[in-house]
Design a protein around this ligand. Sequence first.
Ligand SMILES: *[C@@H]1O[C@H](CO)[C@@H](O)[C@H](O)[C@H]1NC(C)=O
Length: 226
Amino acid sequence: MHVFYIYFRAWFLIYGLQLSNAPGNMELDCECRSVKCISPNAFTTFSQIADVTLDPMTNQAWLQLSDDHKKVQEDQTEANLPFSPQRFDSLPCVLGWEGYMSGRHYWEVEFANNGYWKVGVTTASSKRHGRFPMNPSTGYWVLWRSTRQFFACTNPETTLPLLLVPQKMGIYIDYEEGQISFYNAENKSHIYTFTGHFREKLYPFFALLDGRGVITIWSPKEHSRF
Ligand SMILES: *[C@@H]1O[C@H](CO)[C@@H](O)[C@H](O)[C@H]1NC(C)=O
């Protein structure tokens, strides 16, 4: 709670003025943290910054996690990892360790080396094995940065402007509202929002689609640098 409040206060001082002039924004009010998030641009409602770490029982064997489980990149060799039914066996994916079954949660990731990726959330029971399409009907709510395009993985895909590809992305879920939103974490602008009804635990989801990509999760501690 406190970490969030400090983060928000600092953020408000930096961006608040600028955003309050943006069309479609809710009123920005530091005290109004319990107001429901109507506009995806309204950063006022983020009640919880999630301390996301990667789950070493889920990563596909070519994905190497850092010792602190905050960073993932592709390895030169396939690792010999313990069997786990939660582990992706074909697609180059990894999940966050903690799942969420209520409340609001926000985390940020940084992409290095202009790699290609998919990032979002998935459910506890969605498919992990083989190759399969990822969209809300298979339990995946993700954005996809591919070689030449940027998509929201709806069915069919929703093309997003390449200009919106962020260096650092914020992912926000509001479980009860059925909202999953993606932001440019540097200037806090909205990229895309999925809406739906969730009945299962939701886990942060990350995929690296080429050899050069690196995804780093930012922890709440680092937010205090604002
Ligand atoms: C934020 O950055 C993105 C990507 O550079 C840009 O497309 C967008 O217009 C920016 N938004 C604001 C509010 O500055």
